[in-house]
Write a protein that binds this ligand. Structure first.
Ligand code: CA
Length: 441
């Protein structure tokens, strides 16, 4: 992905809130989501975040001020889900981005700029839904640090499975329980084998956890039986989001051999409302490399472009807000921080691996990256790692509380952003969710 004038760090918008230094949504970002005015009962439709506002793509389409591919893309996005836009591919996504960028730029004028100004809805006044109708959701497992940290809990003598360094491993998840940020969920019930017991128990999850992940949405997709080669994989990726793969560790560790996670993972997965496009992420791409003493990717998972800039440097952090934080009006406590750049496999390698057997991906499908843990213990992306499998209590800053796993009333907040000297910072907003007690019903 080449840089172009929509990445110009000097660019400003006539919308003042888009120009602040710590703002997630400057004119260089323009992420897509689905929204409506909160409590209005309106139809959900596509929108683009700019500063503290949302551009209503339905209103812009109705104004008739866009033309060509940009107009077609905005029309496709004027629906309760973005699948039709994602199916159009990179040329259409880029045409709409460039049209919006030009009309939002400081000094721009004319009917298109007037239409954008008239379409703005304050972000404080909107609610979101999941941005696409997700046909299928797959969750990868591509942080070697997470794999080693969790592997030590489950298999202390053999933490890393032999396949990990040869292919991006994954399981097929559950699309129906993917929810948008802000949606609370009940602590799940399930079956677990308590340590030292000889028979399992059925009851509330006692080891509820979060997983700091990113997700990416599939663009045009591929026909059944048609592989997507690595050098074309990114043309099939619309953009990235924040994702929390909530996990019931006690249920998961008991049930997952030999077929993989089931109820331990399928009760809730949260995504951020905004999808940051691959074009917006272009200035933050980093090389993919593999230490010389580790297995190099097989040729179908290797390529010059992937080596040069297959990675993405997205800074990430996990915050915890307990009931005590809320009662005392304290800021949430930071649990960890890391970057997506440490991941062992790139989004392109994940997408290609998904298709090489012939599996067809469809527009709007969601692929999770797996938990993102960095190389140091402080960079762990799940509580099971920070608490060493629950053996160590984590002090929660600002409170007299400790955690080994999540308690009812806990709210987990994921944040993500990209920054680099000489480039305008862009952000993903947040992905949040709160643990409710067991559903009494
Ligand atoms: Ca996961």
């Amino acid at each position: 992905m080449e840089l172009n004038h929509t990445h110009d760090p000097q660019a400003r918008s006539w919308l003042d809130s888009a120009n602040g230094p710590d703002n997630d949504f400057p004119i260089q970002n323009l992420p897509f989501g689905v929204f409506r005015r909160r409590g209005s009962g309106e139809t959900f439709r596509g929108g683009v975040a700019i500063g503290n506002q949302v551009i209503d793509l339905t209103a812009v389409t109705a104004s008739g001020t866009l033309d060509g591919l940009a107009a077609d893309a905005a029309h496709a996005a004027s629906q309760p889900a973005l699948n039709a836009l994602l199916a159009m591919g990179p040329a259409a996504w880029s045409a709409l981005r460039h049209a919006l960028f030009d009309a939002l730029s400081a000094g721009a004028s004319g009917p298109r700029t007037d239409a954008l100004r008239a379409s703005l809805v304050p972000q404080d006044d909107v609610e979101h839904s999941v941005p696409t109708r997700i046909g299928d959701y797959t969750d990868f497992y591509t942080s070697i640090h997470h794999a080693r940290n969790v592997g030590r809990v489950i298999r202390p003598d053999d933490p890393l499975t032999p396949n990990f360094q040869w292919l991006p491993i994954a399981y097929h998840g559950r699309a129906s329980s993917v929810v948008v940020s802000g949606t609370p969920f009940h602590r799940p019930m399930g079956q677990a084998m308590p340590p030292g017991s000889s028979s399992p128990v059925y009851g509330p999850c006692a080891r509820l956890d979060y997983e700091l992940e990113m997700g990416f949405y599939v663009g045009p997709g591929n026909a059944l039986g048609q592989r997507v080669p690595l050098d074309r994989a990114e043309q099939h990726i619309f953009g990235m989001c924040l994702l929390n793969d909530w996990s019931a560790r006690d249920h998961q560790f008991w049930e997952m051999a030999p077929l993989g996670p089931f109820l331990g993972k399928n009760f809730c997965t949260s995504v951020s409302p905004w999808i940051v496009t691959m074009e917006a992420l272009a200035p933050f791409r980093v090389p993919f490399s593999r230490p010389a003493d580790e297995p190099q990717p097989l040729p179908y998972l290797d390529g010059a472009a992937n080596r040069a800039q297959g990675g993405v440097d997205v800074r990430l952090e996990v915050l915890l807000e307990t009931a005590q934080h809320r009662a005392r009006e304290l800021a949430p406590a930071r649990l960890s921080a890391t970057s997506f750049r440490h991941q062992y496999w790139t989004p392109a390698q994940m997408l290609t691996q998904h298709t090489v057997g012939g599996c067809n991906l469809q527009p709007g499908d969601l692929l999770g990256t797996g938990t993102i843990s960095g190389p140091t213990p402080e960079e762990a992306g799940a509580m099971v790692e920070l608490s060493l499998g629950g053996s160590r209590a984590i002090p929660i800053e600002g409170t007299d509380e400790q955690r080994r796993f999540l308690e009812d009333g806990d709210r987990v907040i994921l944040r993500g952003w990209c920054e680099r000297p000489g480039v305008t910072r862009i952000g993903f907003g947040t992905c949040e969710g709160e643990v409710l007690p067991i559903n009494p019903g």
